[in-house]
Design a protein around this ligand. Structure first.
Ligand code: FE
Length: 294
């Protein structure tokens, strides 16, 4: 772990904390070759949580629930961010890239104009747990060249506050610590929070940023609202609010995600997310013509 606790952390000043607008329970589903997962952020929330398009939580001890993985499939028009808490997954893409995502690591992939890839477990037993988050691209960037980065766990900046919060900064910045990935336009913030019982954690954020918290261990309190395990809290964009404050009820773990909305039309067809139906039809034609393989 790249622990930055020795540097002086900047205080996140929150004077008017956001409240919880809605609690979401994910839908159990399967994707890829029979991988069991929970779709937490579904299509109906894409507008509300713009620029985020999807959040899947996967967590299984039985290899039958994950061993099939995600064989070759295409993407166009957005970014996929896979955070592997536990387990090992090998990815290959049509450009000839390959990488191993494991235990605390992140793969950040910008599909841009197109990629075909596979994501396959490289373990035959034991637990596999993590998240895949889809982040939209601005209209002007949807046809950019594909890009990806494998970020090993030790290269994710991490710090621990005096209040008992250990924070992994995947994207954006927190307490003056800059995360592993920065993005203009959508300005994603992606934090993994490990909180001791009673720990309080604050994060400043502008009121127009769309934000949510997903609790994957324990329970949090957010502005007096209890948010239990496997619940996503959508944080209200209250006028005048300047951040969020979380308090752990028992040892807890959660991801806190925020981004600047694009406010552009969203048209999704499976693994393609564009702005118009015509662009989706073009994408399907391009895929059939083999143009998504870089
Ligand atoms: Fe994929």
């Amino acid at each position: 772990m790249k622990d930055q606790t020795q540097v002086t952390l900047q205080q996140e000043v929150v004077t008017q904390a956001r409240t919880v607008e809605q609690l979401i329970i994910g839908q159990a589903t399967t994707d890829g070759d029979g991988v069991k997962l929970t779709r937490v952020l579904q299509q109906g929330l894409q507008k509300r949580l713009d620029p985020y398009l999807m959040l899947d939580a996967f967590g299984a001890d039985d290899p039958q629930d994950y061993i099939g993985g995600f064989p070759d499939h295409p993407h166009r028009g957005f970014e996929t961010i896979t955070y592997m808490l536990t387990g090992r997954m090998r990815h290959h893409d049509s450009a000839g890239n390959s990488g191993l995502l494991q235990n605390g690591g992140v793969q950040w992939m910008t599909a841009g104009r197109g990629v075909i890839h596979s994501e396959l477990p490289e373990q035959e037993e034991g637990r596999m747990e993590g998240f895949q988050l889809w982040l939209n691209l601005a209209a002007k960037d949807k046809m950019m060249a594909p890009w990806y980065k494998d970020i090993q766990s030790e290269n994710i900046p991490q710090f621990t506050t005096a209040e008992g919060a250990t924070v992994r900064v995947i994207a954006g910045s927190s307490h003056g610590i800059t995360g592993a990935v920065q993005r203009e336009i959508t300005e994603p913030l992606y934090l993994d929070l490990h909180l001791d019982d009673g720990a309080v954690f604050s994060q400043a954020m502008a009121e127009e940023m769309n934000a949510f918290v997903y609790v994957y261990r324990g329970e949090l309190q957010i502005a007096g609202q209890s948010v239990g395990q496997q619940r996503m809290a959508i944080l209200r964009n209250e006028p005048g609010s300047d951040g969020v404050t979380l308090t752990a009820k028992g040892a807890s773990r959660a991801i806190l995600v925020a981004g600047r909305p694009l406010r552009e039309p969203i048209v999704q067809y499976g693994p393609f997310v564009m702005n118009t139906q015509a662009e989706i039809l073009q994408t399907i034609n391009d895929y059939r013509a083999g143009k998504l393989a870089a």
